[in-house]
Design a protein around this ligand. Structure first.
Ligand SMILES: [Zn+2]
Ligand SMILES: [Zn+2]
Length: 157
């Protein structure tokens, strides 16, 4: 609520539901995924409200809009400095902690840097068959149909 007020975005129940969902996940959902999740608790919400609210929150700097995916933008309530990694096989977007914070908040050549966007691309631990060091539960659930499950069965046979 405070976060919304501070951003100049009028807090409504629907906007709160959207922001609360984004803050509860690290899966970097697309607008469609936000709609699917928020619609469960807020059945009257319109798809246009989701899109408009995500735009408003992005403009206000309350959330990040990640444009690394040519298919659809992903959204992130974590506006702190971190790197985004996108798997080219499953399309999932993961956070990578960024220790390098050099530019953030610094004036570079007289320009005030407000955010640094760095995207990393490759094949994620799930698709490679490696156990991820730390994955949110939403990601773990989806791993049941991953190539690892198949490989594991072969290995045991
Ligand atoms: Zn993957
Ligand atoms: Zn992130």
């Amino acid at each position: 609520m405070e976060k919304l007020r501070g951003s100049g975005v009028t807090p409504t129940m629907q906007r709160l539901a959207i922001l609360e969902f984004l803050e509860s996940t690290t899966s970097h959902p697309t607008a469609d995924e936000v709609y699917t999740a928020v619609h469960k608790s807020c059945p009257t919400i319109a798809r246009a409200t989701i899109y408009n609210t995500l735009e408003a929150l992005t403009r206000a700097g309350t959330i990040l809009q990640l444009t690394m995916d040519p298919g659809a933008a992903h959204y992130d309530a974590d506006t702190g400095p971190h790197v985004h990694f996108r798997c080219r096989l499953c399309g999932r977007v993961y956070d990578i902690p960024m220790k390098e914070r050099r530019c953030l908040g610094d004036a570079v050549d007289g320009h005030q840097v407000e955010s640094v966007r760095t995207y990393a691309f490759g094949i994620c631990a799930s698709c490679r068959g490696e156990p991820p060091t730390e994955a949110p539960s939403s990601m773990r659930k989806r791993r049941s149909s991953s190539p690892k499950a198949l490989r594991k069965e072969k290995g045991h046979a």
